[in-house]
Design a protein around this ligand. Structure first.
Ligand code: ADP
Ligand code: MG
Length: 463
């Protein structure tokens, strides 16, 4: 693409609202790609068809409080954040109605043949194998529905002008907003609003404002944005309803509350307790938030445990997309014989990712960091970590635009599918796939370069 066109596209991105704040408060465009990620129609179809079964799994797990406690309580002995989350359940008023807005993230593996050997399946033509590997499923704060919808429109506008390939249509924003409207109307309070729980310094503000704007434009429903301490000081209970700024918070949408940093003050903690004690529909509720934890993801890779929550047919489809995951105290079979997984991983750290029970990016350990951390983890802290096989994603070239600069790099792309699921007392009422997110980044984040290290919003194209 010519420089003049790139420069113009950067300005267009700002016009479309594809914006973010830098840490120093400067407003710029969100990083985006000028090369769509091309995948096969089979991979796209498989990924799309998995959204509903994965939502079904999360709803089922969230209904089984004993299961969640069984696996999370031991971690909470050393992890104060998890202890705090589990304790919120003591004051929780469980809702009849559930609304889950999730995003299920995948990589497409580099080499299907190698993947098959690793998985002990036969050949790439085997209908039992999958090129997909799940990274994680986000049950809380699945972000970017606005920005990615806007990027899809920008890419489509370039396509119409003959400047860009055709991309797969994408509009998760409208479905998210319509789901909020449906839940808020169903709550049947005259002055019902959406309460959005936010962080004080939010760089991804426009993704939230875009949603708020559409909810008003299409449904004439107001949004109140507040941090947890603000919710504590402005909120109160009236006959079980959460009243905030004189309105009824029918639905509470968490775009914060998933990291210990959001609970640094006693007021923040009390803000969450107030939400739990009210009848507001929490998106997600506490149990759904816990069901999305990495420890639960690891445990569900065991076929016998997974099959407690979904049918054998669904279980088979989900299992195909799981990377191998381990707890630190496991023994595994290796080419050098059976040994403790942490010992094996210390010798082969480049093949694994070490993950604590945290969300929001920047918490995982890669490569040479892994043996160092494994050395430091005390016996009683082991449960708080999981090991995941490193997914070798396929590599493609892409032109990425970060803070006004374009650079062509060798990249990998992570594709998330958004899903919306309504349930009543854990029984599914509707369950849909509503669109996708693609984040494209340099394959080697350690290398220098302006755009390296930034995940850039992107669209899909089909081969
Ligand atoms: P978070 O909750 O912080 O988003 P993730 O599990 O999504 O945690 O990991 C963050 C990022 O680390 C992912 O977006 C992906 O780029 C990378 N990552 C995580 N797990 C793997 C894996 N098994 N193989 C390769 N990369 C991974
Ligand atoms: Mg993630």
């Amino acid at each position: 693409m010519q420089k003049a066109i790139i420069d113009n596209t950067i300005e267009q991105a700002k016009l479309f609202g594809i914006l973010k704040y830098l840490a120093d408060g400067v407003l710029t465009h969100a990083p985006f790609s000028l090369s769509p990620y091309t995948i096969s129609s089979t991979a796209l179809q498989e990924m799309t068809s998995l959204t509903a079964p994965f939502s079904e799994l999360m709803i089922a797990v969230s209904q089984d409080w004993d299961f969640l406690k069984y696996y999370l309580d031991p971690i909470a002995e050393t992890d104060l954040f998890l202890r705090m989350l589990l304790d919120f359940s003591l004051k929780e008023v469980r809702q009849q109605r559930q609304l889950l807005i999730q995003r299920n993230d995948f990589f497409i593996v580099k080499n299907q043949f190698e993947a098959d050997i690793l998985e002990n399946t036969t050949s790439s033509s085997d209908s039992c194998s999958s090129v997909l590997r799940q990274v994680e499923l986000n049950t809380v704060s699945a972000s970017f529905p606005f920005l990615i919808t806007q990027l899809s429109q920008l890419h489509n506008s370039l396509y119409e002008q003959g400047l860009f390939p055709q991309t797969v249509a994408n509009n998760p924003l409208t479905a998210v907003v319509d789901a909020f409207a449906q839940a808020i109307r169903g709550y049947a309070a005259a002055d019902a609003v959406l309460l959005m729980v936010i962080q004080a310094a939010e760089t991804n503000l426009f993704d939230q404002l875009g949603l708020e704007h559409l909810l008003w434009k299409e449904h004439k429903i107001k949004t109140i944005r507040k941090t947890l301490p603000e919710i504590y000081s402005a909120g109160s209970l009236r006959e079980g309803h959460l009243i905030i700024d004189g309105k009824t918070a029918a639905v509470t949408y968490y775009r914060a509350g998933y990291t210990p940093d959001d609970y640094r003050t006693p007021e923040a903690l009390k803000g969450r307790q107030l939400l739990e004690a009210s009848s507001t529909i929490q998106v997600p509720d506490l149990a759904m938030q816990l069901a999305g934890m990495k420890k639960i993801q690891q445990v569900l890779t065991h076929p016998e445990i997974l099959s407690e929550f979904v049918s054998p047919e669904v279980s088979k489809r989900l299992l195909k997309t799981f990377a191998k995951m381990h707890s630190l105290d496991e023994n595994i079979k290796t080419p050098a014989g059976e040994m403790q997984v942490s010992e094996w991983v210390s010798m082969n750290p480049e093949k694994y990712v070490l993950k604590p029970q945290r969300e929001g990016g920047g918490n995982n350990y890669f490569e040479s960091e892994i043996p160092v951390i494994l050395q430091k983890i005390r016996q009683d802290e082991q449960d708080a970590y999981i090991l995941m096989e490193k997914i070798e994603a396929e590599i493609h070239s892409a032109t990425l635009v970060v803070n006004g600069h374009a650079e062509t790099l060798s990249c990998v792309s992570e594709v998330g599918r958004y899903g919306i699921c309504f349930a009543e007392n854990g029984k599914l009422k509707s369950n849909e796939d509503i669109g996708y997110l693609v984040r494209t980044k340099s394959e080697n984040v350690n290398e220098g370069g302006v755009c390296t290290g930034f995940a850039c919003l992107n669209s899909l194209a089909v081969q």
